[in-house]
Design a protein around this ligand. Structure first.
Ligand code: SF4
Ligand SMILES: [Zn+2]
Ligand SMILES: [Zn+2]
Length: 352
């Protein structure tokens, strides 16, 4: 229908679709009723066409960044949430060999009940359904305490010691068990918020390490983020349409986190100008490709645990010592917040 007297100009078919109520949108490949509209891709898809499209995009990201191949063994760090369980599922659907790793943080929910335990049950349910192995590292069993005790000992927001602890065990398990890659469910919202935070502080060390692939190095597993170009909404829809149950509640320590404020700012920009979020990350990655790679920090085995560390005792062992010292009434040692494996002081950027 052409615009004219009495007919408001829609600016062409595409614009008319964007502005139309959802029920008027049609799936581009099949013409069925669309369940998602992605203006950044100029694409609407129905419930049948969306999962194959999502998996194809995942495969594209894996290939574009040379993440891993079909004969590699991949360890997926799972938290029981939509991103990590969706990632595990997508990799298996694509024919990859992937097991799960759950780190039991021993965090209580806002209702006082065991948040971490409930998350574990979702991870276990998916492992049972897929027939793949789920490795569980229980902090209470391995260290004698969980994240709440560490947080009280170091007097810092929980996410900082939690990130250090998760990175330590994710890397340790992947290296010791000989996996070819460690995959995390970081999505576009996570990556854009991290980039925003690192850019605000011009933290060159963290910016240099923000990448969808961190290659393996002596004592370090290869780390990959196949979902880095999907928004939270897209990963959630994939999990729902594929019938992958996941925990809906947030970690209680995430409330009030700076990363959520950053996500909010970026989402407002995205709302005004669809595609901003993706372009922010994609353009950063291509600009970074044109710069010389920074020299990796010199590493030596940690005196306590043997993991690679730029200093004599690694950040994880300092955290553990500080928590043990608090428990035994000894003076606390200074615990550094930064980790060479981290990507910035942004909350829950170390997904499991
Ligand atoms: S929000 Fe994430 S990083 Fe922070 S304490 Fe919870 S699980 Fe750990
Ligand atoms: Zn369709
Ligand atoms: Zn150590």
């Amino acid at each position: 229908m052409k615009c004219g007297p009495g007919r408001p100009c829609t600016g062409g078919r595409g614009r008319a679709e964007e502005g139309a109520p959802k029920s008027y949108r049609r799936c581009k490949p099949c013409g069925g009723k669309a369940v998602i509209h992605m203006p950044q891709h100029r694409l609407a898809l129905c419930r049948a066409c969306y999962p194959p499209w999502f998996e194809k995009q995942t495969q594209r990201t894996i290939e574009r960044f040379h993440m891993f191949g079909k004969t590699d063994r991949i360890l997926v760090a799972v938290s029981g949430g939509k991103d990590s369980l969706g990632l595990w599922h997508a990799l298996l659907q694509l024919g990859y060999v992937a097991d799960g790793l759950y780190i039991h943080l021993r965090i209580q929910g806002s209702d006082g009940l065991a948040y971490s335990q409930r998350s574990l049950e979702f991870a276990r349910a998916y492992a049972d359904r897929s027939g793949r192995e789920l490795i569980v590292v229980d902090l209470q069993e391995t260290m004698g305490f969980g994240i709440p005790e560490i947080q009280r000992a170091v007097h810092r927001p929980a996410c900082s010691p939690c990130g250090t602890t998760k990175r330590h065990y994710m890397n340790k398990v992947a290296v010791e068990r000989g996996y070819d890659g460690l995959a995390t469910g970081h999505n576009l919202d996570d990556e854009a918020a991290t980039l925003f935070s690192n850019t605000l502080r011009w933290d060159m060390d963290y910016l240099a390490r923000q990448t969808p692939v961190l290659p393996a190095a002596e004592g370090f597993a290869r780390k990959v983020k196949p979902f880095c170009f999907f928004s939270e909404k897209e990963t959630a829809l994939y999990a729902v349409l594929e019938g992958v149950p996941y925990i809906r509640e947030e970690c209680p320590f995430a409330l009030g986190a700076t990363s959520l404020e950053h996500k909010d700012v970026i989402n407002r920009l995205e709302h005004e100008s669809p595609g901003t979020k993706r372009a922010f990350l994609a353009n950063f990655l291509s600009a970074k490709d044109r710069l010389p790679a920074p020299a990796p920090p010199a590493m030596k085995p940690c005196r306590e645990c043997g993991s690679p560390s730029p200093v004599e005792v690694c950040a994880f062992c300092r955290l553990r010592a500080a928590t043990l010292a608090r428990g035994s009434g000894l003076a606390l040692t200074q615990v550094g917040a930064r980790s060479v494996e981290g990507q910035g002081a942004v909350v829950c950027q170390v997904k499991t």
